[in-house]
Design a protein around this ligand. Structure first.
Ligand SMILES: [Fe+2]
Length: 186
């Protein structure tokens, strides 16, 4: 039996912190844009990417009700900020009600965009990022992920190791220390 190709329309969103935006993957290709390109507000920090969503839909000629899956990355503590709730509140008219929403880890999103768009079937993937998802460590201290190492094979990414830093000091604190002492991180 011939394999049937199943196409889904996937809307990827970044709705918190800097550079909010949207990307739409469909059988027509990929359309992506940052909110700042449309509202002319640099970095558009914490500005919900409604103009970017409209742009992606219009350019792809896809209606909101044709979106099957919405993927949102998580940065803030999940107990403080519920990305799915935020999206549903914005979608007052339930235009996207048919879409399932998946909230994924920020570094997983970086790793997926790098590995799945690469020409490699197998690769080591290192995400070195100033400030990823914030979680609580065993001591109840909020920590932000800074580096995550993955093993990528075919359609899978396996997390191998993750480094975090307390949010109080944060990645910026670490950068200040390395600059002061002239350490180089490769
Ligand atoms: Fe990041």
């Amino acid at each position: 039996m011939k394999k049937q190709k199943i196409m889904v329309n996937i809307l990827g969103l970044k709705i918190t912190r800097h550079d909010t935006g949207a990307a739409l993957i469909s059988d027509k290709g990929v359309v992506a844009i940052s909110e700042e390109r449309l509202n002319r507000i640099k970095y558009s920090k914490n500005i919900f990417p409604e103009l970017a969503i409209s742009y992606c839909l219009k350019d792809s000629k896809i209606k909101p009700e044709e979106i099957d899956l919405i993927v949102i990355d998580q940065i803030l503590l999940r107990s403080d900020f519920q990305a799915e709730k935020k999206f549903r509140e914005w979608d007052k008219n339930n235009q996207f009600s048919k879409a399932r929403i998946e909230v994924i880890n920020h570094h997983d999103a970086h790793a997926a965009s790098a590995f799945f768009c690469s020409p490699f079937d197998e690769a080591a993937v290192l995400i070195y990022d100033g400030y990823g998802e914030i979680t609580m460590n065993q001591l109840g201290i909020p920590v932000a992920e800074t580096e995550t190492f993955y093993y990528g094979k075919e359609n899978k990414l396996i997390e191998v190791q993750k480094t975090t830093h307390p949010v109080i000091q944060g990645a910026r604190g670490r950068d200040m220390i390395t600059r002061k002492h002239r350490y180089t991180i490769c």
